[in-house]
Design a protein around this ligand. Structure first.
Ligand code: GLA
Length: 419
């Protein structure tokens, strides 16, 4: 038996009280340790390596991206999370501790985290609930607490947790158990980390993942096309419209601290400026996490301007935290409406088609009702001043008909404020 001296006992007690106080302050107790609440009151914003770089990442790229986020003003626009996706991993050591790839991350992860934090950024990392990641690196199954402790030592703030190699059919790992375990492991590490649930919408995560994580993927992987689905054998990836078309019915489930995640953005990777604008506008309207997935150091000024647009970001980050509903749908164009705080609304007019569309809205003759959340605009009784969200320019009010020409695949967005 080890007999502790009074001083040592006090130190142990102080540490114990310190941890308990810290956890209590975060809204959790060790016995029930689960999701750390309040980490994502508005949709998370940042950058992730996967969409543009895949496995081809190293510490220089991450540092250059961080520097470019700062220099371009994107950090100050809100994009603070710098998230490494798959392939940062090396082998576990003899004690089972996960280590970074020594060639790609020779300075180690703590140094990388310090680099990001020194620039006012946050550090995100990726792992997987199975035996290996989707790219075949070590997964966290059976190592959850050990990995979360390691992430905490490195200063990690955000964990994306994927679903490859979790077994097949009846042998498959229970998704709730898997994400609950990682959530508890993060809480037990004592460091607040956002948990991004990434099981591709396979198990209706919108019904349960909010207990464990702060956002959950609603679909399979995104790819950089407007309206295509690309098969990869056992799975497929989808472009902007097919993903968008799956979001409307999930709207009741997303909100502050638990966001529907239609996947990281392909803004900057789509062929035309209009497509990039529309993709960004619709993700902003959906209250989706805004995670940039392009080459930030090589970004064109037009794309930086899209991603940094203050009017669109304000709509996305609105504190009410409601996603947009599909309001008017035609085969060529759609109007989506997002209720905002203080009785305001955002309206997006999306041209799905490859031709210019003329859209007219006679406010007095339309009804805007959000039955899910109980919001309502009665334009005949209450007029709204309109601002063009892209330009910030005044755009009249709802006492007059709105008429707009939408360029092919472009999106106009208006912010409506009660007069
Ligand atoms: C899955 C995820 C992607 C990405 C890759 C990495 O496909 O859905 O977002 O993380 O794995 O291998």
């Amino acid at each position: 038996m080890t007999v502790l001296g009074a001083a040592a006992r006090n130190t142990v007690r102080t540490i114990a009280i310190g941890t308990a106080t810290l956890l209590a302050g975060l809204g959790i107790t060790p016995a029930t340790a689960q999701k750390i609440e309040g980490l994502a009151p508005t949709p998370p914003m940042g950058w992730n390596s996967w969409n543009h770089y895949g496995c081809n990442i190293d510490e220089n790229l991450i540092r250059e991206t961080a520097d470019a986020l700062v220099a371009s003003g994107l950090r100050d626009a809100g994009y603070v999370n710098v998230n490494l996706d798959d392939c940062w991993h090396g082998e576990r050591d003899a004690a089972g501790n996960i280590r970074p790839d020594p060639e790609r991350f020779p300075s180690g992860m703590k140094a990388l985290g310090d680099y990001l934090h020194a620039r006012g950024l946050k550090f995100g990392i990726y792992s997987d609930a199975g035996t290996n990641t989707c790219a075949g690196r070590p997964g966290s199954q059976g190592y959850e607490f050990q990995d979360a402790r390691r992430y905490a030592e490195w200063g990690v703030d955000y964990v994306k947790y994927d679903w490859c190699a979790t077994g097949e059919d009846e042998e498959q790992r229970n998704p709730r158990e898997a994400y609950r375990t990682m959530s508890r492991a993060i809480a037990a590490s004592g460091r607040p980390m956002v948990l991004s649930v990434c099981e591709w919408g396979d198990n209706e995560p919108w019904l349960w993942a909010g207990q464990y994580g702060h956002l959950w993927r609603t679909t399979g992987d995104i790819t950089n096309c407007w309206d295509c689905t690309v098969g990869h054998g056992s799975w497929s990836s989808s472009g902007i419209l097919p993903i968008l078309d799956q979001q409307d019915e999930l709207r009741p489930h997303g909100g502050p601290d638990g966001w529907n995640d239609p996947d990281m953005m392909e803004v900057g990777n789509l062929p035309t400026l209009a497509e990039n604008r529309s993709h960004f506008a619709m993700w902003a309207m959906l209250a989706a996490p805004l995670i940039i997935g392009t080459d930030v150091p090589g970004m064109t000024p037009e794309i930086t301007a899209v991603l940094a647009n203050p009017g669109l970001i304000a709509i996305n980050q609105d504190r009410l935290g409601r996603g947009a509903m599909k309001w008017i749908a035609t085969p060529q164009w759609e109007a989506w409406a997002k209720p905002l705080a203080d009785g305001e609304w955002a309206i997006a007019l999306l041209n799905r088609s490859g031709e210019t569309q003329r859209v007219e809205i006679d406010w007095a003759s339309v009804e805007l009702k959000d039955d899910t959340f109980g919001h309502r605009a009665e334009f005949a009784q209450q007029a709204y001043a309109m601002t063009d969200a892209w330009s910030g320019a005044a755009a009249g009010d709802t006492r007059r008909k709105l008429a707009r020409e939408l360029a092919p695949r472009d999106t106009a967005v208006f912010r409506l404020r009660p007069l």
